[in-house]
Design a protein around this ligand. Structure first.
Ligand SMILES: [Zn+2]
Length: 306
């Protein structure tokens, strides 16, 4: 216990501090927490602990920066294989066509050795995509900052613009496989990501454009795809770090050492901060030094209980 909180509860508090003032994390966390038996990162950690081959879907295009991939989601997704490999497992990262070079460079910088990358071509059908995911032999599915389809099957960014042309339906495929029994953890922060369908009402009520987007579909940005377990954080990556820290602190500490280098590699390859654009190393407006500091706090919390 630290300040009267167990480690998992404390981790949830740290990853739901509204570091950049977006104003939605409290409502989304409250809604997601109602669906879980305990702290959200703690439950995700339990699922991660049991996994050996993990399929990860990530990659969000930022239209105002020419459709470049944002750092949130990608950074934790390229670090996660390093974490999993330290435990004897391996990951398969799925990204949309156009993001594969960035992801590949990031994986290498993060120190991944045996994990692999799959580029999903534009316009690929759900059946083909399902086969691709099943063929990985994954025993766990993870989506982090991965677009989620709205009620009309359309994908949107946080300002309500349509990004369907950039986005393969990995959220729907993961959802379908989770209904067939494959555990699926979704990490999100804005309500338009995979897994947020579990708290769609809260997203529509509290997130700008949740109910009404600015594209002709007019269905809002609220995602309708579900997951086995949803983790809402102020920044999606932070939820993933919290879960990794709780599941295996030693592997997490090793992984953290590569965060700065991985971020530099991602940005050099064309990744952008969703709020501050290219050349501003960071995630969702939070500079990389601050991200590293929060990630280090998570390590200290997770280590104290053991
Ligand atoms: Zn729309």
């Amino acid at each position: 216990m630290i300040y009267g909180l167990d480690a998992a509860e404390f981790v949830d508090r740290v990853v739901t501090v509204d570091y950049v003032g977006r104003g939605v994390v409290k409502s989304l966390y409250a809604a997601a927490r109602k669906l879980a038996d305990g702290p959200l990162c703690g439950r995700a950690a339990e699922l991660l602990s049991e996994a050996s081959v993990v399929a990860v879907a990530t990659g969000f295009p930022i239209l105002r920066f020419g459709g470049a991939p944002e750092s949130d989601g990608l950074l934790s997704s390229v670090l996660f294989p390093r974490w999993l490999e330290a435990r004897g497992g391996c990951a398969v990262i799925f990204v949309d066509e156009g993001f594969e070079k960035v992801a590949e460079v990031g994986l290498k910088a993060a120190g991944a050795k045996t994990s692999t990358l799959i580029k999903v071509s534009r316009g690929v059908g759900e059946e083909t995509l399902t086969s691709l995911v099943v063929e990985t032999g994954a025993d766990l599915l993870v989506a982090v900052e991965r677009p989620g389809a709205n009620k009309h099957g359309q994908y949107h960014n946080s300002v309500g613009e349509n990004i369907t042309a950039y986005t393969a339906p990995l959220d729907k495929v993961f959802e379908k496989l989770s209904r067939l029994g494959k555990p699926f953890i979704a990490f999100g922060d804005g309500g338009n990501e995979a897994g947020m369908g579990l708290i769609k009402d809260a997203v529509e009520m509290h997130v700008p454009h949740g109910e009404v987007c600015i594209c002709p579909c007019s269905g809002g940005i609220a995602s309708t795809t579900s997951a086995t377990h949803l983790v809402t954080a102020s920044i999606s990556d932070l939820g993933f770090y919290g879960a990794m820290a709780l599941a295996d602190i030693q592997a997490y500490r090793q992984t953290l050492k590569n965060m700065h280098h991985a971020a530099e590699a991602l940005f050099a390859a064309g990744c952008v901060d969703a709020f501050r654009g290219p050349n501003n190393l960071g995630v969702d407006g939070l500079g990389i030094d601050a991200v590293e500091a929060v990630a280090a706090i998570l390590a200290r919390i997770a280590a104290r209980e053991k």
